[in-house]
Ligand binder design. Structure first.
Ligand code: DC
Length: 225
């Protein structure tokens, strides 16, 4: 088995940005598990398994056999492919973001994605971010980190990200979205966001990205000595 760093945490805690930076610096393969659920949500929207917010679980479960998902790491930016098509930016759009949480709560979707995520990591040195990495996907990960921050700070960060991407949303909308996602993420029947007893908690409210990055790198270096 390779070396596994698991990073779980709330939306907007800095997981994605920090994971990407650390993967580049330390040469670890970056597996963004959220993007696998986003691919399923996109496929579901395209196949009309979700119409006007109504989710047809049976249709989505059937769809799973027709979906192939691949992540390709590169220093210029990771790419994610759904059935061979580059959907890296498409899966970040509002329509996918709005439906991904309930899609990720479907038991069959989780089993399939967790299986895929474990295969992606097989025999490799990886850094993997998500919600259930340290509790379910890799409960024996070499390093377990839980990132969190105050919801108002996370909303500010998300709003900035949206503005940079040219997506129009108000602060109130973003905050509301964060609250809903926190609730959904923490209350899912399986794969809920939970703190593993042996995870190291980092509150990033008053930290910048470099500080979080350096702290985690220090932890990894200590462990790999
Ligand atoms: O990290 P993200 O926002 O791209 O994740 C998208 C959705 O997938 C989010 O609602 C939480 C869910 N998710 C999950 O249930 N388990 C994971 N390991 C990663 C993400």
């Amino acid at each position: 088995m390779g070396f596994i760093v698991g990073i779980d945490g709330t939306a907007g805690s800095g997981k994605g940005t920090v994971t990407k930076k650390i993967s580049n610096k330390l040469g670890l393969i970056n597996i963004d598990t959220g993007s696998t659920y986003r691919c399923v949500a996109l496929a579901a929207l395209r196949e009309n398994a979700i119409v006007d917010g109504n989710i047809d679980n049976k249709k989505i479960i059937k769809l799973l056999d027709k979906i192939s998902i691949e992540i390709k790491n590169s220093k210029l930016g990771d790419k994610i492919y759904l059935n061979g098509e580059d959907v890296t930016t498409r899966i970040r759009e509002k329509d996918v973001t709005q439906v991904v949480s309930p899609v990720s709560a479907i038991k069959e979707v989780r089993y399939k994605m967790v299986d895929l995520q474990r295969k992606m990591a097989e025999g490799k040195d990886v850094i993997m971010e998500g919600r259930d990495i340290c509790t379910y996907v890799f409960p024996n990960a070499d390093i377990k980190i839980y990132l969190d921050a105050a919801e108002t700070e996370r909303a500010k960060r998300r709003l900035l990200e949206m503005q940079e991407k040219g997506i129009k949303m108000t602060y109130e909308e973003v905050l509301d979205n964060i609250r809903k996602r926190d609730y959904n993420d923490k209350n899912k029947e399986i794969g809920a966001l939970k703190l593993a007893p042996d995870s190291i908690v980092i509150d990033t409210t008053n930290m910048n990205i470099e500080e979080v990055e350096n702290k985690i790198i220090q932890i990894i270096k200590e462990k790999r000595k």
